[in-house]
Design a binder for this molecule. Structure first.
Ligand SMILES: [Zn+2]
Length: 163
């Protein structure tokens, strides 16, 4: 599965220069061209899937396993104690290349990676508001799981009942 317009597909196909850290038959890890910190590594599925939620289950598990195995080496080489794993899924979330990838970002101090949760100004909702949202998500998970068992990957969230 290759998308001609996708820079990661071109990298994986050998059409772009890249500094490879690790590769196997399903995953390639290479240096981010514009690292947040030294050692910033991307873990990318070989096949083109837009987001984590489009990946087949075994490939998603393999990507996470590769991240887990490479992490200690990235930390050691970068000389840091912390390594943040980040994945944007969707343009609105800041996903620049619509081909699934994890960012592995070595962090020496808080200012290296300026996304620290909770955000200092974030309000704390009431318990009942959290409960309402938990129930809403629970229902939506059920609906999407029912759709997923029929259709495999897909972005469908709407709909209501499984047919
Ligand atoms: Zn691609």
């Amino acid at each position: 599965m290759v998308e001609e317009s996708c820079v990661f597909c071109r990298i994986i196909g050998g059409m772009e220069t890249v500094s490879i850290v690790y590769e196997d038959d399903r995953v390639v890890a290479f240096m981010d061209i514009q690292p947040v910190t030294p050692g910033h590594t991307l873990i990318v599925s070989r096949d083109h899937y837009p987001t984590l939620f489009d990946l087949p289950r075994d490939l998603a598990a393999h990507c996470l396993d590769v991240a887990r195995r490479l992490g200690p080496g990235i930390k050691k080489a970068a000389g840091v104690d912390a390594l943040n794993l980040f994945s944007a899924n969707g343009r609105a979330g800041g996903q620049d290349v619509e081909h699934f990838h994890f960012h592995m970002i070595p962090v020496r101090q808080a200012s290296d990676f300026p996304l620290h949760l909770p955000l200092p100004d974030a309000p704390i909702p009431s318990r009942s508001a959290l409960d309402v949202m938990a129930v809403r998500i629970g229902r939506a998970i059920q609906m999407t799981a029912e759709q997923g068992t029929r259709a495999g990957a897909g972005a469908g969230v709407a709909g209501g009942t499984a047919e």
